[in-house]
Structure formats: structure tokens, C-alpha cells
Design a protein around this ligand. Sequence first.
Ligand code: PMP
Length: 434
Amino acid sequence: MTETDLLARHRAAMPNWLALYYDEPIEIVSGRGRHVTDGDGRTYLDFFAGILTNAIGYDIPEISDAVRRQVDTGVLHTSTMYLIRNQVELAEKIAALSGLDNPKVFFTNSGTEANETALMLATQHRRSNQVLALRNSYHGRAFGTVAITGNRGWSASSLSPVNVSYVQGGYRYRSPFRDFSDADYIAACVDDLREVIETTTSGDVACMIAEPIQGVGGFATPPDGLFGAFAEVLAEYGIPLISDEVQTGWGRTGEHFWGIQAHGVTPAAMTFAKGLGNGLAIGGVVAEAELMDCLGANSLSTFGGNPVATGGAKAVLDYLLEHDLQANAAKVGGMLLDGLRAHAERCALIGDVRGKGLMIGVELVAPGTDRPAPASAARVMELAKQRGLLVGKGGLHGNVLRVAPPMTLTEEEAAQGLAVLAESISLAEQEFSA
Ligand code: PMP
């Protein structure tokens, strides 16, 4: 068995903290549209898009051609110290789409580096290393970003270059304000933010960073307007807001191109990665020029913005816009959200269904309680996989199923995947009760 063999070699050659999905982890060897095939020839409908990395889907000729055009020049990359046409053109496109005042763009290879860059900018700009972040957040895996990650399961180190204070506003379902109305929830979070600024910081905070919908945290979705209300408080203290759009960017939430736009606020900076490359390694920051230009050095990222990644990403953006995938995300995402909410009525294993567009979280609980049911989430994933569907999981307790298909998902595929997922959840519930 090829995959069993590969798993043994993976375990021997790679660190023991590398987590893999499934009792029998799969190797994806090819993909077409919204489907992937593993090393044993089994095909799956991909409702996780490789953790939102394959924003559009697999084997898109326009994107492959853009990459191939660069490969055919014989130059995969030389140095970001030279002019790179693809990079400049992509920066112009992202700046124009950002909605920011006087925006500039810097490219990295990942979301982690994008957030590290944003931290560097904000801390330098304000000459402070105090940062506000949300409980249950995930911002990356390097020294600074681990420090602003409020999800303990992903914070490998307690050592920190950043003085971080965590506030409410991310994970409503497991907060003291779960049953509040939207307006009361926002008011409670605003009070908390103000109190944290006043009582745990010295006031000169470098920035607040937040995911508009918490990705790794289980697609935890705050009510619209929360970050607008936060921004008013932040403005009183001169604290810039940074929106981590690594998962919520590029129209995935359906309603808006950037997740933060649901809150009626323009942030000082946004970070991005994942979907922009549709599988290519690219990330970056778009920020107001004043913030972006505050650094005196540090412009060198050997590979950030290389011509293969930026050439491919330009094609991804063009494809997204030309095919209005944001509208499709709203349409098929709405079908999935409605279908899963209807299923939740019949299914006591489901404690909460939330999300927007093609970011939908299904939080599993021990029936009749609100206790997290992580074993059930793992079981649903196995049952769905056996039936040809890949979904993800996440959340503070590993008990949230994450549904994030490629944005080209058709209505027929949405219906197919929904049926399999609902069946898998019901089967897991029966097993749980037995
Ligand atoms: N921010 C968010 C919101 C993310 O979801 C992730 C990745 N899961 C990151 C940052 C880090 O991105 P990367 O894995 O590309 O470093």
C-alpha cells in the first residue's frame, strides 16, 4: 500500500508534532475542479480546499498557463532586489481592491510572514510592543505570531517578543455572552476591550489584530458591526486595526471581498495568503503608506513576491473577478448554511452552525449539553471520507467541522456534499448514543 509506506517514512523523517488528518492519512496526487484523487486512486469531493488554500479549485488552465509562462522563461526567480513585473502588477491590483487609503503592498511567502510583517510595522510605527488580539485567534507559527495566537492548541511556546492582551469578540459560542442579542454582545465586547486597554496596557498599544471570522478557531463568526464598534474605541487611543484576511479574503465570505467589510470599517492594514495563490506559496500585507513606509530596513524577502507565485496569483485574482466567484460563494454557501442549519434541528450532536459564504463551522457537542465532542468530529470526518467527501475540523477543542469548498463549487456539488455530511453527522450521533 503506497500510503501506508509513505506514512511510515513521514513519521521517521519528520517531526512528531506534525499532525495529520484521518486514521489512515491520504496523499492527494491529483485534482480536477472540486475533486481530488489520492494515491490509491480514490476520488473525493473537496469541502476543505486544502484549508482554503485552493480557493478556486484544481487544474484551472488560466492559472497553470500563467505559471507555465514564467517557467518557460527559464527564470523561476532571481532576487526581489531586481524589478519583477508580475510583482508590481499584482501589488497594483491588490492595492486597488483593498479599499484602503493610499495603500502599498508587500509580499511574503506565507500568512505567518505576512502577520510577522504587520507586527513589525505596527510595533515600529508606535514604538510599542503591546498588541491586542482576540481570544481563540490563530495568526501563524513563528515567534511573534505564536505569541498573538489565543488558541492554546496552536501556541507552541509561551515565550514571547510581544506583550499581548486578549479580548472577547472572536468565539461567541463559548463566551459568557453566548445568549446575548447581537447589539448586547457587541456592547459587552466593547466594554471588555475598553477595560483591557485601560487596565492591562499602558495605553500606547501598537495595534489590534483580528480575524473577521476565526479560521483555525472553528469559523467563529462575530456579529456584523463588532469591528466597527471596536474601531471607534481604538481610534480614541490611536490604535490601528489590522485585519488578518488570510482565510476571509478574496470574496470567500460571499457578501464582501474582505471579511472586515461586513463591519463597516476600513482597517489600517490587511494581511493575506492562502487563497491568493490557489496552491502557490504567497502571502503579503496591504497597508496605508504611512504604516508601510515606517520601516527603515527589512525589505529583503528572498522569495516573497517571486515571479512564479505573483504571476500565478495575478491569474487567480483575474479568474476570481471575471467569474464573480464571490457571488457564487454567497449562493452555494447560502445553500450549505441553510441545509446544515436545517439538519441541526434534527441532530442533537450539533450545538452551533455558523459562518458566511464558503466558511461554515458546525460545532459538535455531547447531545443535550454544550460539552465539546472532539471524538465525534473526528468520527464524522472518517465517515465522510469513506463516502467520498473531505471536510476539515478546528476550534479550541477540535470539535468544529469546517466546511470551506473551492469557490467554483456548483449547486449540484453543494447538494451532494451536504447530503454526505448530514448523513455522516447523523451516523456519528447514532454511534455516540449507542
Ligand atoms: N492567519 C490565519 C487567519 C490563518 O488561518 C493562517 C493559517 N492557517 C495563518 C495566518 C498562517 O498562515 P501560513 O500557514 O501560510 O503561515
